[in-house]
Ligand binder design. Structure first.
Ligand code: TLP
Length: 347
């Protein structure tokens, strides 16, 4: 059976053009800095984000981890949202591998962190406390519904951190969804932070990889840390070639995924027993919650949908996350809504 896969935009397969670019990529040993395709991708990424330098890494998780390790030493503290990907979904890597202490403050429903909470979270100079070194922001904010944060907010939050002597890292896994949503060039959502990770392998469809960007000095340190983490990838140009196509061709089309998410949310909200959750739709994500009156939990409905050829991501006992991406086409939206109707026996 051919599935319509809404579990994540991480499931995207490379486009035909990416496969061709990968087959013909010019290669070298990237640990020696000699892979021309990797070097080109890194330079393109840095320029696009208004940063001095970039570093190709195997995943968003490694990009965030390398950034935290470059900004912080053992026993230092990172302030971040309690819904932040680095706190929730990165296997505690910053603590396990870096001895870095996470200090969470609540993400607001709109994905932001309150500026006063950021200010209060910063520790005073006292031997009892860890040293606050870094603030992590996330744009778009995945667990808060895929919501994008505005330039104004990013400036305010980064200012609060900088005034307190902290650096700012942006988990911009889906930064291009944010820039499309905010109608801004990417650098307008990154010029206030010290480092940023973005993913090529989500809505942009490349098979593997993320880029960590920052100052030349920062990236030099991150390069050493990437090696330490086992992320030196040798002839990685074969992957970076797809990343170049992703940056050249796939960023602006994300608007289509956002339109599909809107159409999907419009269709689903009409079904009895289904409610939109987390302010959905936001960018390419639709979160929904099942009304208890349906007497059906998310697992049961997910199994029924699977037999209809639809894969959904569970986000709680009665909650789903549905993510639109390149491989979800116009006609799929009605097919998905109809499959929900049949699975809920309201067709
Ligand atoms: N997110 C995945 C899961 O890990 C939850 C998804 O399906 O959304 N930052 C953000 C904001 C992310 O959403 C993700 C992946 C990452 C970092 C990590 O990227 P990878 O999977 O490349 O390590």
């Amino acid at each position: 059976m051919k599935f319509i896969d809404l579990r994540s935009d991480t499931v995207t397969l490379p486009t035909e053009k990416m496969r061709k670019a990968m087959a013909h990529a010019e290669l070298g040993d990237d640990v020696y800095g000699e892979d021309p395709t990797v070097n080109r991708l890194q330079a393109m990424a840095a320029e696009r984000l208004g940063m001095e330098a970039g570093l190709f890494v195997p995943s968003g998780t490694m990009g965030n981890l390398a950034a935290v390790l470059a900004h912080c030493g053992r026993g230092d503290e990172v302030i971040m949202g309690d819904c932040g990907h680095t706190f929730v979904y990165e296997a505690g890597g910053i603590s396990a591998l870096g001895g870095v202490h996470p200090h969470t403050i609540p993400n607001q429903p709109d994905g932001t962190l309150k500026i006063e909470d950021i200010r209060h979270a910063v520790r005073s100079d006292n031997e009892h406390f860890p040293k606050s070194k870094l603030l992590i922001l996330e744009n778009t904010q995945n667990k808060c519904g895929g919501v994008s944060l505005s330039r104004e907010y990013m400036l305010e939050a980064a200012n609060a951190a900088h005034q307190a002597g902290l650096n700012v890292h942006l988990d911009g896994a889906r930064i291009f969804n944010a820039t499309v949503d905010q109608g801004l060039p990417a650098e307008k959502l990154t010029d206030m932070v010290d480092s940023v990770t973005f993913c090529l392998s989500k809505g942009l469809c490349a098979p593997v990889g993320s880029v960590l960007c920052g100052s030349k000095e920062f990236i030099k340190e991150a390069h050493r840390i990437r090696k330490q983490l086992g992320g030196g990838m040798r002839q990685a140009g074969v992957l970076a070639a797809a990343g170049i196509v992703a940056l050249e061709e796939m960023t602006d089309r994300l608007a289509e995924d956002h339109a599909h998410a809107k159409a999907l949310a419009d269709g689903l909200k009409e079904l009895e027993g289904i409610h939109l959750d987390k302010g959905s739709p936001n960018t390419n994500m639709v979160y929904i919650v099942l009304d208890p009156s349906l007497g059906m939990d998310a697992k049961t409905l997910a199994t029924k949908l699977r037999s209809e050829g639809i894969l959904v991501g569970m986000a709680g006992p009665r909650h789903f996350r549905l993510v639109c991406h390149y491989w979800i086409r116009d006609e799929n939206v009605t097919e998905i809504v109809n499959a929900f109707k049949r699975a809920l026996s309201i067709a």
